[in-house]
Design a protein around this ligand. Sequence first.
Ligand SMILES: NC(=O)c1ccc[n+]([C@@H]2O[C@H](COP(=O)([O-])OP(=O)(O)OC[C@H]3O[C@@H](n4cnc5c(N)ncnc54)[C@H](OP(=O)(O)O)[C@@H]3O)[C@@H](O)[C@H]2O)c1
Length: 268
Amino acid sequence: MTNHSASRKRTVLITGTTSGIGQALSEVFAAEGFDLVLVSRNEQKLKSQAGSLKERYGAAAVTIAKDLADPKAPAEVFSAMQEKGIAVDVLVNNAGFNESGPFSETSIEKELQLLQVHVAALTHLTKLFLPAMLRNGYGKILNLGSTGSFAPCPLDAVYCASKAYILSFSHALRAELSGTGVSVSTLCPGATRTEFARKAHMESALLFRRFTMDPETVARIAYRGLMKDKKAIIPGLYNRMLVSSIPLTPGFILDRVSKLLLRRNATA
Ligand SMILES: NC(=O)c1ccc[n+]([C@@H]2O[C@H](COP(=O)([O-])OP(=O)(O)OC[C@H]3O[C@@H](n4cnc5c(N)ncnc54)[C@H](OP(=O)(O)O)[C@@H]3O)[C@@H](O)[C@H]2O)c1
């Protein structure tokens, strides 16, 4: 692993660190010698996470308790970094959640919050932290997509559309930044055993009963891919095969597969 500056430790800012993939990524970055900025809603969990990372890895971890569904949150996170004089070398836009089900029945409040977190906050944080990365000639941005970034998903329409935005935005920005020293990668996991399915009441869906990976494996693959400046990081052979098959599969079959995998109480 190369260090762009021998004089100071690198710092990663990760959103959504208190469980799942974000928590596992925090462990990997701390083990790799990074200092951390941890952003999530639950202040108590953040504090205990920071204490544990310091104790086990000697990593300095600053915590910022913010709800990224609040449109003011990205600017507040950025000013907190400026006040503390912390330069962010790596930005990981990981925070997210799902609101799945038939669109006619899902909660519009949750869907608007989802769009705020996945689309607006991710875009806004990238806009705020990018200029300093460009000035330094070094930076890495990791945005959390999904295998659902690659095709529309009936029974998860808003979630997958938001993840398609993330993939499209990240690929375009990556091309714009070519040659600047700042890279953009998109992590596209499939079903992963985190709090995500339970919070979205999706545990009974076939997708989460059959085809899951653990967040620690996803995070290790993500870190390696990010350090190699990979464009899209798709952890797991099954997920890579699924994504490769999408352009070759007629839309009506993809729709049926999506419904089969996402329907709740589906029988195996
Ligand atoms: N698990 C999967 O199957 C899967 C598959 C593909 C992609 N992903 C993506 O991976 C990312 C992480 O999900 P996960 O599976 O690790 O889920 P998770 O275990 O539920 O973790 C989500 C994290 O995001 C934080 N978060 C949620 N809403 C937030 C908000 N409004 N403001 C600030 N923080 C917020 C949560 O913290 P608090 O609730 O404490 O604030 C938590 O730390 C998401 O972007 C998700 O879409 C997950």
